[in-house]
Structures are given as C-alpha cells and as structure tokens.
Design a protein around this ligand. Structure first.
Ligand code: PLP
Length: 447
C-alpha cells in the first residue's frame, strides 16, 4: 500500500524520527507531509494528492522520477558486485568507467575524479585536497579558504564552515579555523540603487581585499557556487565572474566551483562553469550526478592539481562509500540518459527560454519585486513595496506562500521571503504552464 495511513506515519515520525533542517517543535505540532511515490515531474502524498515537484526533490532529480533504466542499472550492479571499497589500491569497473565518462563531459583539462557519497563530503574533500596540494608544493602555510556569506556548501563541519549560513555557524561553534568569507553578489537584496554591473565588480573586488588582508602567502583557494542555490537562486551580475577570474589569476589561488546544484545540466550546459566560461581547479559534484536515485558525490580535479597530488604520497582521506559500485552504475546510466535524450540541449534551446519567459510574467504580481532566473532555476522576491524593495515585517510570507503551494499541488521552496524553483530538466512546456499558473494562484492566496 502506498497511500493512506497518514496519521500512522506522522505518529511514527513524532515518536522516532529526527529529520534534517526541520523546526522540531513546529513539525511535531503539525506532522510531516508524507510523500509516497513519484513519476515524471509529479509526487503523490499519502492523502493521494498529486504535486508538481518544482524543486526536483532537492535540486537533484534531473532526469525525472520513475526511470526504469536506473532501477535496472542498480539491480544489475547489486547482483554483480553490490559493494567493494576503493581503499588500499583496489578499484572496480563501474567507478573507473564513470570517472572516464565524467572526464569526457568536464571542462577541458579536468580529467580526474575523486568520489564521495554526497555534496558535503565533496566539500570536506576539497578542503583537505587543496591544503594537501599546497603542502606537497612546499607551501604548507597556504591554508586559508575564502568562501562567501550566504553561500551553501553542505552540512558537515567543513561544508558548513565553507558555507556562509550564519544560522548554521551559530550551532556547533563554526566556522572552523582557516576559513574567511566575503559578501555575496546579491544585487536585488543588497545592491540598493547601484548599477548591477558596478555592484558585481565591487563584490568581486572584495575577494582581492580579503586576499591582501589575509596575506597572499596564506590563501589556498576561493570557493563559490556558479549560481548560489540554497541562498536564494542568486545570479551574479555579468561583470562578477570575469573580475573574480582576473583576481584569482593575479594571485595564483585555486578556484573551487561548487557544481553540486549547477552541474549536470541545470544551466543548459553540463556545468555552471561552462555557462560562465570559468576554468576551475576543483569542482565538487553530487545531486544531478545520479539524479538523486542513489547518493553519490565527487570532486572533478584539474590535471595540474592531480599531477601534484600524484607526487604527494598517500592522501589520507576517503569514505567507505567513495565510488560505491551501485551508485557508479546508476550515475553512468544517468549520464547516458542525459546524452541519449539530448536533455541538456533541449533545456538550452527550448525549456529554459520558455521557463524564463513564463516565470518573468509573475513580476506583474503585486507581491513580486523581482522574478529572475537562469536555465532551470528561478526565484521570486516577495516585497511589500516594489519601488523601495521593502519586505513585510513580522510575517513569514515565503513560508505562507510555500504552504499554499503544497496545498495546491506545487512544491516551491522558501528562503526567507524569496521563493525558488529548480524543476526536473525533463519538465514539458505544458507542465511549465501548470507550474506558473499554480505559482500565481498561490501568490494570490498569500497576498
Ligand atoms: N553544495 C551545494 C552548492 C549544495 O547546494 C549542497 C546541497 O544542497 C551541498 C553542497 C551539499 O550536498 P549534500 O546535501 O549532498 O551533502
């Protein structure tokens, strides 16, 4: 049975389950929404309601739900070799074939991959990898990694420290030492009256100021998402990335592009770095790598960095599930689907332009200060006064709108008073129409 029994499951949750990123008090009063099955771009809850998944799970179900090819790939691999580790000089075919397949689609000169089990583990890995890299190069004092306020790089101690979510830092004594942050290029929220391109340059110049303040000889790397996802789909002004690249090249500092959300087609290119013409040294990946069917992450490494690591003796780092064979088999099949069905080309030429045109129509709604997006990402800024961009005070409007969405068959996520979407890449134009009209209905109900 897949539907019904809502109260039974909610009671189990209250008695036994501590879910991630949840306000336990509020949740226990209300009870979880129980999701029981999914197909294509739709979810069903335990009451039998059909819900359009405007978030692709958690930015990950790129090829959509219900892919029998992925089920078969997992089953075949479980029969053949369900598990073996990659420690102590062993390997297995699926992980090696996956590394080759990733090297084929990665930006030029990035043909090596270290596998992990998640995006957070990937960011723990880059932290250790860049510090080890500089130590092998004879510069062990290069330890500091610069991230951005409101960036998100996961929830492990290193991931949350590299990220700039102050609420996360407030629990558990983060960030750990050796991590600095600069401001984010969030023009709508923080740019005021400044011209967006001038604002983009000014935010990028903070990187140079931070490097000089810390001391060039101590800075190991800069980490950033090509487009900030969890921070609220923050798309930098066009001037931002070229200026950042210029500064990184001037000071010989490694660039870590966190592709956990942007990777595997979200911008209409394989990677967000392709979209922006960036040439990162390391790219943490996860999510769309397996379309979320099984957990897997990794770090794609530039060949020059890999060459140094290859000289460095043992890298004392890795996970029991690094490159898990079942996850690798699913990832390989997922990449084949993305290629075979031309999903990313279709996003670039059809679906993303259509989504972006329809999404921006919501800017005429009285609550919407800005409707922005890029590729298969979108955000709505909810404001009381469009001209001054003043927010509503004392009401969590974003959460209220999100609840209306769920009650009316749409998943949108609320980041404060910013509503965000990141639908499966296979969403059709008719389903985009459904998404936009449901979003408008829920804005009406929220107003
Ligand atoms: N990096 C980015 C950019 C993310 O958005 C996320 C998760 O949303 C992570 C890292 C962490 O990934 P995971 O939740 O798989 O650990």
């Amino acid at each position: 049975m897949t539907e019904g029994n809502t109260q039974h499951w909610q009671a189990l949750g209250r008695r036994h389950h501590l879910p991630p990123f949840s306000d336990y008090k509020a949740l226990n009063a209300k009870g979880s929404r129980i999701i029981t099955r999914a197909e294509g771009v739709y979810l069903w809850d335990s009451a039998g309601n059909r819900i359009l998944d405007g978030m692709a799970g958690l930015w990950c179900v790129n090829v959509g739900y219900g892919r029998e090819e992925l089920v078969q790939a997992a089953a075949r691999q479980m029969r053949e070799l369900p598990y073996y580790n990659l420690f102590f000089q062993t390997a297995h075919p699926p992980v090696l074939e996956l590394a080759e397949a990733i090297a084929e689609i990665a930006p030029a000169g990035m043909t090596h991959v270290f596998f992990t089990g998640s995006g957070s583990e990937s960011n723990d890995t880059v932290l250790r990898m860049v510090r080890h890299y500089w130590a092998v190069k004879g510069q062990p004092q290069k330890q500091v990694i610069i991230g951005r306020w409101n960036g998100y790089h996961g929830s492990t101690v290193a991931g949350a420290s590299l990220g700039g979510m102050k609420a996360m830092h407030g629990q558990g004594g983060l960030p750990i030492p050796g991590i600095e942050h600069i401001d984010q290029p969030y023009w709508y929220g923080e740019g005021g009256d400044e011209d967006p391109e001038a604002f983009g340059v000014r935010m990028a110049e903070q990187l140079e100021q931070k490097i000089l303040q810390v001391g060039v000889e101590k800075v190991a790397a800069f980490i950033a998402e090509p487009i900030q996802g969890a921070g609220g789909v923050i798309i930098p002004p066009d001037s931002y990335w070229p200026k950042i690249h210029e500064i990184l090249a001037r000071y010989d500092i490694l660039f870590i592009a966190d592709e956990v959300i942007c990777g595997f087609g979200r911008t209409g290119e394989w990677f967000g770095s392709d979209y922006y013409g960036s040439a990162p040294d390391l790219m943490p990946i996860a999510k769309g790598l397996t379309s979320g069917y099984v957990p897997m992450g990794g770090v794609i490494v530039r060949d020059e960095v890999a060459a140094v690591l290859n000289e460095g003796g043992e890298f004392f780092h890795g996970f029991t599930y690094s490159g898990h064979p079942v996850a690798a088999a699913v990832a390989l099949e997922n990449l084949r689907i993305l290629k075979r069905e031309g999903i990313i080309d279709r996003v670039r030429t059809h679906t993303a332009p259509y989504l972006q045109r329809r999404w921006r129509e919501l800017a005429d709604h009285p609550l919407v200060g800005e409707a922005r997006g890029l590729g298969m990402l979108g955000a709505l800024e909810l404001v009381k006064d469009k001209r001054t961009r003043t927010r509503f005070s004392g009401i969590e409007l974003g959460m209220r709108c999100r609840e209306h969405c769920l009650d009316n068959g749409l998943v949108m996520r609320a980041v404060g008073d910013t509503l965000i979407i990141s639908p499966p890449l296979v969403i059709s134009e008719a389903q985009i129409d459904e998404l936009v009209s449901k979003a408008r209905l829920c804005l009406d109900l929220t107003a």
